[in-house]
Ligand binder design. Structure first.
Ligand SMILES: [Zn+2]
Length: 437
């Protein structure tokens, strides 16, 4: 019998690969941090000798969820300013609070807190955009999560960098420090067309080209953002960045709630990823990304929560449900944005957006062992006819029992294994006192 590290038995194995298979009573053999094989449980026990066996007998095992847009360093600003319009919220609340409070220590503590929340809802990978990048990176190394960290370029003076030039300098230093780190990937992240000049947007694009980085940008989040660009350039933001060559499969366009026919043509030709953040868009009354229409254009659509200041959680299960419901009402079609499609947005499509679909995002032999177990044996999710339906429409995050990244267990039966929950709760109270005073 072949020796392996772990044998993972699952009541349901939801693969999220091409054929969308949901396998019953199957097992995953894990060796050297990767999925070696997927086969019926009985056969697996005759084939492999595992150092450890795990029986998820009432669980669905599925790829780890990928949160494709976050600002996790903001986690201590949850609930600080709610029920406001985007520009008022940013100019009068978020940016002043960031200017006053942000530091390496703040972002490190907030990032750990956010990662604890993400792991507890089954997220194994996130795509961030914030300040004090090395604080988030070191927190991710502690937590053991897969982290894509945006080299944030913004023309709004903040505690990390006063000018875009300083952002670029710090971004490049971060890139050189982390370019070869395990589980950490730097990305380019110009904030938006309304917070940066055209030369700075061009510079961000050139650096991304030079170092082959994905580019994240908030794009056409609100109608006022579109108006600002129309007044300044007589162009919509998408058109503006298309003309400087920024729109390609390498681009991660976040939000895209405002889309006209010309935008559709550009998107169809250039095929960027759109990150849908339905809860943040609803809370700020920004609008809704027409997900069904975008999918018909062949655009890759991933899913993100945005920050807890505009959501107010990092719960990808809740976000999937919102994406399905908002997607249906936007398309005026109950068949649109089905549960399987939404689950793919939260897994393999996120991996495609980040350029790591060869590595993660589906349960396929050869990929990294990034997976989660969700216990469906709860009042709220029984009986189970279609596990994907239960996960998207009924399951809550406390049903996520176990989380693994690259063959390492980060949560076991709801217990965090890499982070100290009690310590995090203490830190949150300390920061609350300071911020409240
Ligand atoms: Zn955002």
């Amino acid at each position: 019998m072949e020796k392996i590290d772990h044998l993972i038995h699952a009541k349901w194995l939801i693969t999220c690969e091409e054929q969308n298979r949901v396998l019953e009573n199957h097992a995953m053999a894990i060796k050297d941090q990767k999925i070696l094989a997927i086969l019926p449980s009985e056969k697996a026990q005759q084939t492999y000798q595992a150092s450890q066996e795990y029986h998820y007998s009432s669980h669905a095992v599925l790829p780890g969820l990928i949160n494709s847009h976050t600002h996790i360093g903001m986690n201590f600003f949850r609930g600080l300013a709610d029920d406001l319009e985007l520009m008022d919220w940013l100019n009068n609340h978020v940016w002043p609070a960031e200017k006053k409070w942000l530091s390496h220590e703040f972002v490190y503590d907030a990032s750990l807190m956010a990662m604890a929340e993400m792991i507890r809802c089954g997220t194994t990978c996130f795509n961030d955009m914030f300040f004090f990048l090395d604080a988030t990176a070191s927190a991710a190394l502690t937590a053991g999560m897969r982290a894509h960290i945006g080299m944030h370029i913004i023309g709004v003076s903040n505690a990390w960098a006063k000018t875009p030039e300083e952002c670029f300098d710090k971004a490049l230093a971060f890139y050189h420090q982390y370019k070869d780190a395990d589980l950490i990937t730097p990305t380019m992240a110009p904030h938006s067309t309304y917070t940066l000049s055209l030369p700075d947007l061009i510079k961000a694009k050139e650096i991304a080209d030079e170092y082959q980085l994905k580019i994240n940008i908030h794009l056409q989040e609100t109608s006022s953002e579109v108006q600002i660009a129309m007044q300044k350039y007589n162009k919509r933001p998408l058109q503006l960045i298309h003309e400087i060559g920024m729109v390609s499969p390498n681009l991660i366009a976040i939000h895209m709630t405002q889309i006209d026919e010309r935008d559709c043509e550009i998107l169809q030709q250039t095929k960027p990823t759109i990150v849908n953040c339905p809860e943040s868009n609803m809370k700020l009354a920004s609008g809704a990304c027409p997900v069904d229409k975008m999918a018909q254009l062949g655009v890759n659509i991933a899913l993100g929560t945005d920050s807890v200041a505009s959501n107010n959680d990092l719960d990808m299960l809740g976000e999937m449900r919102s994406a399905a419901l908002v997607g249906k009402i936007t398309a005026q079609n109950p068949r649109a944005v089905a549960a399987e499609q939404v689950l793919k947005m939260a897994t393999i499509n996120g991996a495609k957006a980040l350029g790591i679909d060869h590595l993660t995002g589906s349960l396929v032999p050869g990929k990294a062992a990034d997976f989660i177990a969700i216990d469906l044996d709860h009042i709220e999710t029984l009986p189970v006819y279609r596990p994907v339906s239960q996960i998207v429409y009924s399951a809550a995050r406390h049903q996520v029992s176990d989380v693994w990244v690259a063959g390492k267990q980060l949560m076991k039966n709801r217990q965090l294994l890499t982070l100290d929950e009690k310590e995090l709760l203490k830190k949150a109270q300390i920061w609350r006192k300071k911020i409240k005073s």
